[in-house]
Design a protein. Sequence first.
Length: 222
Amino acid sequence: MKNLITLANICKKYDTCDNHFFALNDICVTVAQGEMVAISGNSGSGKSTLMNIIGCLDIPSSGKYVLNGENVSKLRDNRLSEIRNRTIGFIFQSFNLVSGFTALENVELPLVYRGIAKKQRKKLALEALEKVGLSDRITHHPNQLSGGQQQRVAIARAIAASPPLILADEPTGNLDRASSEQVMETLNELNKEGHTIILITHDEKLASRMPRLITISDGMIV
Ligand SMILES: Nc1ncnc2c1ncn2[C@@H]1O[C@H](COP(=O)(O)OP(=O)(O)O)[C@@H](O)[C@H]1O
Ligand SMILES: [Mg+2]
């Protein structure tokens, strides 16, 4: 399979008032299309810093990042956000749904940003909600849904436009065990359908169940 992600010698340096600090140090990773990978590590190990780079929310201080065939290591903010919208579906720990919107409207929102016409938008959003098993909840608002259901709406939102990469940051961090299992099952199913999924977690147990595990410690891969 083709490489979706190639990180070569990635460093991220944070400047503090009198010093600097390498949050990432010479990271080299490739992820092929269709893989499901966990990135795991203790608090402060550099997971969020790495996720921000993989997710095109930040750029490395040095090194090369090729995403879906495009060198994104040195792009400016507006180009980076363009690529982000087109290439990545995000799932966050805190769901990040719009409270005034229904489940359907939440899932449609990124499709609006992509300029997809109304009719097609609704079709794609309904399909995505069906995939996560929420066809009977499309007119519910987030406060009328359980945490697990809210996260599945967020997953539907992430997959609606079929982006090449799904990036999930502690997606089960705010969920009870049963809901966590459901969310993990949904992610597994999506991977079986061909979606590339990167899951960031400090939960070693969860990470160890993934087909591939990358562990980071002090900004380095171990
Ligand atoms: N903006 C920043 N400025 C300075 N240091 C930072 C900044 N962001 C993160 N760090 C430091 O980089 C290291 C890695 O942080 P982070 O990527 O958030 O780790 P994790 O997500 O694994 O907990 C930590 O030591 C943190 O204090
Ligand atoms: Mg973090």
